[in-house]
Design a protein around this ligand. Sequence first.
Ligand code: GTP
Length: 314
Amino acid sequence: MPHEPSESQPIAIADVLIVDDQPDNVVILAEALESADCRCRVATSGKRALAAVASKTPDVILLDILMPGLDGYEVCRQLKSKHETADIPVLFLSALDEPFDKLRAFEAGGADYVTKPFHIAEVRARVQVHVRLRRLQQALAESSLTDALTGLANRRRFEEVLAGEWGRAERRNDTLSLLMIDVDHFKCFNDHYGHVAGDDCLRRVGQSLQGALSRSADFVARYGGEEFVAVLAGLDPAECATQGERLRAAVEKQAIPHEASTAGPVVSISIGAATLRPNRNRSSIELVEAADAALYRAKAAGRNRVEASSAGGN
Ligand SMILES: Nc1nc2c(ncn2[C@@H]2O[C@H](COP(=O)(O)OP(=O)(O)OP(=O)(O)O)[C@@H](O)[C@H]2O)c(=O)[nH]1
């Protein structure tokens, strides 16, 4: 369960970027915020602010509007137009106090607006609210991509990773492999040992799979139910089958008793392995279907084995 910051908890140190060309404002803000669990960085122009964000993503940005060169509105617009920086809350701090100015700030993507001369306690309180909301948003984003039972990536995350890796492999003219993994006779396991034991078994299988993948780029997810999936880049079909065999052996080595299985005395998995070289005439669905067909053959051939797709790596 992701940690959700609450009202009563102090927030962890927050990284705040102060963007203002007036040194006096910067000093007052930095002093007040650093005494309130914030680490402040300073940028004295719009251009420098964009560079500071690119080098390290802050939790909140305090942004002046009237600055030489890029003004605050434009800085905010540029941040909001990029996927990596779009979610950083921007709190405008400006001497402009007409409703029209404030509206422009919100239209540019601002999350809040404080007029100068500001009351420092108010700025501090608003920063804390935005840090808390940002942390909550990050925790929610994380949990929406995580499988609650096993802690592995979930199907949604898998779809994202597969699309990303497919594109990357296509650009590099590299191969992409998929392992479709299914626990053998899992219905019998549940019937024999109960669903709580079944859940524990799925957790342990997930851990084994994760632990057996050696390269940092290798990816494993729970596909759904008792099915898991792994995405591996840059392997030929034989290497992919070898990785599949590592996973199969890792689960078998856990030696989780499965008296009701006809595939063996312990919990085992069947794996369908497929490797393709992505190009623009192909879709990743082809890879999933090839691995799925190979998994079907692994089941039909007696389970507890790896079957490679006949599609090959080209
Ligand atoms: N305990 C538990 N069981 C689950 C979960 N998700 C799916 N299952 C069970 O997994 C079982 C899958 O059964 P089947 O699809 O018939 O497959 P199987 O018994 O593994 O048979 P084969 O795949 O042919 O070896 C069903 O009984 C589901 O209820 C879960 O999160 N926890």
